[in-house]
Design a protein around this ligand. Structure first.
Ligand SMILES: [Zn+2]
Length: 86
């Protein structure tokens, strides 16, 4: 299985196993992949998860959010910081 691309299904499985508290070794065994491969996949998924696009609460434009706390696009966030700007 070395070098095999991760299918969406396997990625989801690895993600769910990790969330249920399994170690990288256990996930690797379950999916027949190396620990390094599992680790790389989960890191990539974590980044995607954290920086996914969200609609701005203010202008509704999609933007890359840094996380659940980040709900305003950069333009609106700046506007809310300086309320006297035009
Ligand atoms: Zn906005």
């Amino acid at each position: 299985m070395r070098g095999t691309r991760w299918s969406l299904e396997d990625r989801q499985k690895a993600w769910n196993l990790r969330r249920s508290g399994k170690t990288l070794e256990q996930i690797g065994l379950a999916l027949n992949r190396s620990v390094a491969s599992v680790n790389t996949c989960l890191q990539a998924m974590k980044q995607e998860h954290q920086s996914r696009k969200r609609p701005c609460l203010c202008c509704r434009r999609l933007f890359h959010s840094a996380g659940a706390h980040n709900r305003l696009c950069p333009l609106c966030a700046r506007r809310s910081i300086s309320p006297y700007a035009p």
